[in-house]
Ligand binder design. Structure first.
Ligand SMILES: Nc1nc2c(ncn2[C@@H]2O[C@H](COP(=O)(O)OP(=O)(O)OP(=O)(O)O)[C@@H](O)[C@H]2O)c(=O)[nH]1
Ligand SMILES: [Mg+2]
Length: 241
């Protein structure tokens, strides 16, 4: 591998996450301190957030302990497609995807990378719902029921317990991005189902409430999830073609 190519790309989709970015960059850098700084790139994929997330990312790039690149998408919105853009632009052999709001502990990144050392493992998921996983949330009942219902609907598609997660590691060489056609939020589910990944390891994490800022998850996003599920069921029932 040429020495200027990073080994790990950490992809973070953002929309109005200015308040969370400094702590995220710091905690990702600290978590990967054992890896040479040049071997890590942090890719922020921002959808032209009105709060100036991208401007701040450029400022942080000047001082961050890791290489930080901000990709700004204009006239386009959506978490899953933002992640795909990040995966397309990533140069690391191992790609980590995580949220910006510190719900996903950056300190768990090394465990995800370790899980991929086994060549048989196709993906490592930071999971709330395996032994040792925790949810440190103060969600109202309707939100918890929503999450539970969302998982039940996806259960026949994959044995992965936390298939709604947004925190995972995958080898870039195992990805066929042209197979992906997601609508909405659930990029992990899209990748697992469209690739037919069977050997997915779930690494327990403690999932926290978003540190600052507001959720982007609204009713229209939940309706998009139902559309997404319909597409994935159609794909599976037609024999994954
Ligand atoms: N680029 C991009 N990122 C997005 C978009 N929607 C959400 N995100 C990012 O995706 C991640 C997950 O979004 P969240 O709003 O935290 O969704 P959630 O975790 O289900 O809900 P809360 O944590 O309660 O807010 C965050 O880093 C968001 O900034 C989008 O349309 N485009
Ligand atoms: Mg969140």
């Amino acid at each position: 591998m040429p020495h200027d190519e990073p080994a790990v790309s950490v992809i973070v989709p953002t929309y109005n996450e200015r308040e969370n970015l400094p702590a995220l960059v710091q905690r990702v850098s600290d978590a990967l301190r054992g890896t040479p700084a040049t071997a890590v790139e942090l890719l922020v994929v921002d959808d032209d957030s009105p709060d100036g997330t991208a401007v701040l990312a450029e400022e942080l790039a000047a001082t961050a302990a890791v290489r930080l690149r901000c990709i700004v998408r204009r006239g386009e919105r959506g978490l899953a497609t933002a992640v795909i853009r990040g995966l397309r632009e990533a140069r690391g052999g191992t790609c980590i995807v995580m949220d910006a709001d510190l719900s996903h502990p950056p300190e768990s990144i090394p465990s995800l990378i370790d899980a991929l050392r086994d060549p048989a493992v196709q993906m490592a998921v930071g999971s709330r719902f395996v032994r040792g996983g925790r949810v440190d949330l103060h969600w109202p009942l309707h939100r918890r029921l929503n999450s539970l219902f969302g998982r039940l609907l996806a259960r026949p598609l994959t044995p992965v317990r936390d298939m709604m997660a947004g925190f995972f590691a995958v080898r870039r060489s195992d990805l066929h991005l042209d197979r992906l056609a997601p609508v909405g939020y659930k990029i992990l589910l899209e990748i697992i189902v469209r690739h037919g990944f069977r050997n997915v390891v779930e690494v327990p994490i403690t999932f926290a409430d978003r540190a600052a800022g507001r959720t982007k998850l609204d009713v229209s996003e939940q309706l998009r999830y139902l559309r997404h599920l319909a597409r994935l069921y159609t794909f599976v029932l037609r024999g994954r073609r």
